[in-house]
Design a protein around this ligand. Structure first.
Ligand SMILES: [Zn+2]
Length: 231
């Protein structure tokens, strides 16, 4: 038999339910992953299609083989992510909602060998809308020799930025500095593919694949949306 709730208790339940849920339910970092809160991205919509597109058909041909494994993993984790077609890309401007746009630039960060990925900043309710990836053209003209595993991991690292993952580097050795490559590692040795400036698996068949850390980050983005009632 159910007992009727005292009125005061019922009111208290209503008052709690009316509170904004964001502060209590959004998780922005965990072991080996971190969200891009400084650009206002805290979630990815589980119902929205996210599509990787390319500035030219040559780029689509070039990059697709590097992305397929990671895209399959992201899909298996619940993210509607697909490799799409070709469209005009203006690196200074966000494209259509849900698009992660690939292009190539010479030293997009002004620094030899560095590529850039970023989400469209401050989307409504923190729900990522895609972003821009600018790959350093030096990888392809021979002026910046890059080992195959680093190239593969970099080409996956950048679109993950566009989806809302940041570098999870930490000051693990407590020397007061969060240094390059200073990231947690799995027992099998790999650091997150989001570790700056490079992380991920170093040997085949792992290279270019998301680590468990990165998958946890993507799952957190989706969970944050669900926790806020975002479809
Ligand atoms: Zn990065």
């Amino acid at each position: 038999m159910h007992k009727a709730l005292p009125v005061a208790a019922a009111l208290a339940v209503c008052a709690l339910a009316a509170l904004p849920t964001q502060a209590a339910t959004v998780t922005t970092k965990g072991r080996g992953w971190k969200l891009t809160t400084q650009l206002g991205v805290t979630s990815l919509s589980p119902g929205r299609q996210y599509t990787i597109t390319f500035a030219t058909s040559a780029m689509k041909t070039r990059y697709t083989p590097y992305l397929t494994a990671a895209v399959s993993q992201a899909k298996a984790a619940g993210l509607k992510l697909a490799i799409g077609g070709v469209e005009p890309v203006n690196p200074a401007k966000c494209g259509p909602v849900g698009h992660i746009q690939f292009t190539e630039l010479y030293r997009p960060l002004g620094r030899a060998g560095y590529s850039q990925g970023m989400p469209c900043p401050n989307p409504s309710k923190g729900v990522g809308t895609g972003g821009i990836v600018a790959i350093d053209s030096e990888y392809w003209d021979g002026t910046w020799p890059i080992p195959a595993y680093k190239l593969r991991n970099t080409l996956v690292h950048e679109p993950l930025h566009a989806l809302g993952l940041d570098h999870p580097n930490l000051d693990l050795n407590k020397d007061g500095k969060t240094a390059d490559y200073e990231c947690v590692a799995a027992p099998s040795g790999e650091t997150p593919i989001m570790c700056s400036p490079n992380g991920g698996y170093r040997t085949a068949p792992g290279t270019g694949r998301l680590t468990g850390f990165d998958l946890d980050g993507l799952k957190a983005l989706l969970a944050n949306a669900r926790a806020q009632g975002i479809k």
